[in-house]
Design a protein around this ligand. Structure first.
Ligand code: GSH
Length: 209
């Protein structure tokens, strides 16, 4: 059983979604970010960066336990180990990797910074404007892609969609209004209606961990 060190955040939700989609059993290990549990020594032993998500797979390489941090690395680990959520066609696979890295290197950090600046007690206009503009520009890149393809990798749902969904479903947090991006809005709704995604986002299910 894979342990998922988890909080219900944009990066956290990616992992139960992937596991539900792959049909892999897992156990949620709640991490209380408000209490800084992600900075405790036992957690830092799994992720020296002190952030969720992290997984521990008791059956890693050579049958030995392995921990994995960074949501993109976890998604690729799961896709490779369980043989799903990555297109087999070489060109679509390249697209999946592009959009996965575009999320972890672009959309995630920019949305995160936009939301952070928007919630500071003092108004730091330059920060808000810079990161909101970047978040909107990146969302426009996704809009262009999703106007030409059903899914970010092309024809099939992949880890790239899961990575972006975590943030785009809460785009308001970064001051991005999805009604300005109809293809992205439609894509968010299509993902949100998938049964595996609904199971992963079920708060009762998460609390059971
Ligand atoms: N690049 C990391 C980002 C992880 C991240 O920022 N996690 C946030 C929650 S969404 C977190 O743990 N925040 C708590 C903290 O910064 O102490 C990933 O993709 O896994």
């Amino acid at each position: 059983m894979i342990d998922v060190y988890y909080a219900p955040t944009p990066n956290g939700v990616k992992i139960p979604i992937a596991l539900e989609e792959l049909g892999v059993p897992y156990r949620i290990v709640p991490v209380n970010l408000g209490r800084d549990e992600q900075k405790r020594p036992d957690f830092l032993a799994l992720n020296p960066n002190g952030r969720i998500p992290v997984i521990v797979d008791p059956e890693g390489p050579e049958g030995e336990p392995v921990s994995v941090f960074e949501s993109g690395a976890i998604l690729l680990y799961l896709a490779e180990k369980f043989g799903g959520l990555m297109p087999s066609a070489p060109r679509d696979r390249i697209r999946a990797l592009e959009y996965l890295f575009f999320q972890v290197g672009g959309v995630g950090p920019m949305f995160g910074q936009a939301g952070w600046f928007m919630r500071q007690p003092e108004r730091i206009t330059v920060g808000i404007e810079r990161y909101q503009a970047e978040s909107r520009r990146l969302t426009a890149v996704l809009e262009t892609r999703l106007q030409e393809a059903s899914w970010l990798a092309g024809q099939s749902f992949s880890v790239a969609d899961i990575a972006h969904f975590g943030w785009l479903r809460v785009a308001d947090y970064a001051g991005v209004r999805l009604d300005a991006y109809p293809a992205v809005q439609d894509w968010v709704q299509r993902i949100a209606s998938r049964p595996a995604v609904q199971r992963a986002l079920d708060p009762v299910q998460s609390a059971r961990g």
